[in-house]
Design a protein around this ligand. Structure first.
Ligand SMILES: [Zn+2]
Length: 394
């Protein structure tokens, strides 16, 4: 199976400056390629494709020996491919009848990743294997950078990416052929309800990963956001708040990942079969989230709900859970979430009145009472097991 490993980099100050320059040059390349496509289309109705732009790279590098030519040809191609993907997904959404935003120029701070598509080509993982204690990654134009490798890498390294998060740098390895590590069968099955008070509630009544610490970070984020609105454009104070915001966002991401990892590990260890609700959170969150510089529409109306959804990080959890489940040989089943929170887990009576408060479930037909999230998790489990039986019968 394929999976990725992410490690903190410990660059020297000189390397950190080179990394920043590398990122900046790739950003400029991205923007120039976007400008090229737009101009060609506007002036002459000509569609520029990835192949054309990749062909241009040679000339760009030849004309800019101290600039673009310092970096890997392949990482630059990957950047052009990234633009190509942005175009492809734009046109795909147009065909689907949606109204997507046109691919945008990336401002400073909005371009944070450079990818080297092949280990050994302008980059090398574990570039000093003879070193007794430290792991290094070598990047063209930057050198051998120390890696804080906190766990072993398994499988074969395919691509290497570098990502900036606030003031930190990370290396992300995408590996193929990572051996699975099946866990012994437990004979146990569970439904999970994903919520705001607890990220996960199981049908056994466990509440996992309370995201309250995330809410605290979110409050600080909201305060920083208001602070930003009061700062003059292009002032030093504004830049300072922007970097504070970036650091807070990074912290929220780390906290969310941490909670999701713990919850997913707990579930994968304990259950052979895990049933969850199918989620479509992308649509719910996108229009309200926007960006720091250009807040989305309806931010005021949606932000409460939006923030809770983002805080809980259900999408992150499901992604991690699916990786862990695959690796451990567990079965993950998605079910339609309709009525799972309103139906009685004991008698099946389905009514809005069953749900007295956010936390409490009391069936108006049979009198069954339960924690609302546990009741939902039991319904989810039942729906999943029914799907599974149906699949086996077919
Ligand atoms: Zn009932």
């Amino acid at each position: 199976m394929r999976r990725s490993f992410k490690f903190l980099l410990r660059p020297t100050s000189k390397q950190a400056a080179a990394l920043a320059q590398c990122l900046e040059d790739h950003r400029e390349l991205y923007n120039a390629a976007l400008e090229h496509r737009r101009t060609a289309y506007r002036r002459a109705g000509v569609t520029i494709r990835y192949g054309d732009q990749s062909g241009e790279l040679k000339h760009i590098r030849a004309d800019d020996a101290d600039g673009q030519a310092r970096w890997s040809f392949s990482s630059q191609q990957a950047t052009l491919r990234r633009l190509d993907k942005a175009y492809a997904s734009f046109f795909k959404r147009v065909r689907e009848g949606r109204t997507p935003g046109f691919p945008r120029f990336k401002g400073r701070g909005w371009f944070d990743t450079v990818e080297w598509p092949k280990d050994g080509d302008g980059c090398r993982w574990d570039s000093q294997p003879e070193h007794p204690t430290t792991t290094y990654v070598r990047l063209q134009g930057i050198g051998h950078i120390r890696v804080h490798q906190h766990r072993p890498v398994r499988g074969t390294v395919k691509t290497i990416s570098v990502k900036r998060e606030g003031s930190r740098w990370y290396v992300i390895l995408s590996c193929d052929g990572v051996p699975t590590q099946p866990l012994p069968a437990t004979g146990a099955v569970a439904g999970i309800d994903m919520g705001v008070a607890s990220l996960v509630t199981t049908s056994d009544g466990d509440h996992l990963a309370n995201p309250r610490h995330l809410a605290a970070s979110a409050d600080r984020l909201a305060a920083a956001q208001r602070d930003l609105a009061r700062k003059k454009p292009r002032s030093n104070r504004r830049r300072k708040v922007v970097s504070q915001l970036a650091a807070l966002h990074a912290k929220v991401r780390r906290q969310r990942l941490d909670g999701a990892h713990k919850a997913a590990l707990h579930l994968a260890r304990r259950y052979d079969v895990i049933v969850h609700e199918e989620l479509r959170i992308a649509n719910m969150t996108r229009s309200a989230s926007g960006t720091l510089e250009a807040p989305g529409r309806m931010v005021a109306q949606k932000s409460g709900l939006n923030r809770s959804i983002l805080d809980a990080g259900w999408g992150v959890l499901l992604t991690i859970l699916s990786h862990k489940a695959e690796s451990a040989g567990r079965e993950l089943i998605a079910v339609n979430p309709a009525n799972t929170s309103r139906a009685c887990a004991r008698c099946g009576h389905c009514a809005r009145e069953n749900r007295l408060t956010q936390a409490e479930f009391a069936c108006t037909a049979c009198g069954h009472t339960a924690h609302a999230d546990v009741n939902a998790a039991v319904n989810i489990l039942r729906a999943g097991l029914a799907l599974r039986r149906a699949a086996e019968a077919a």
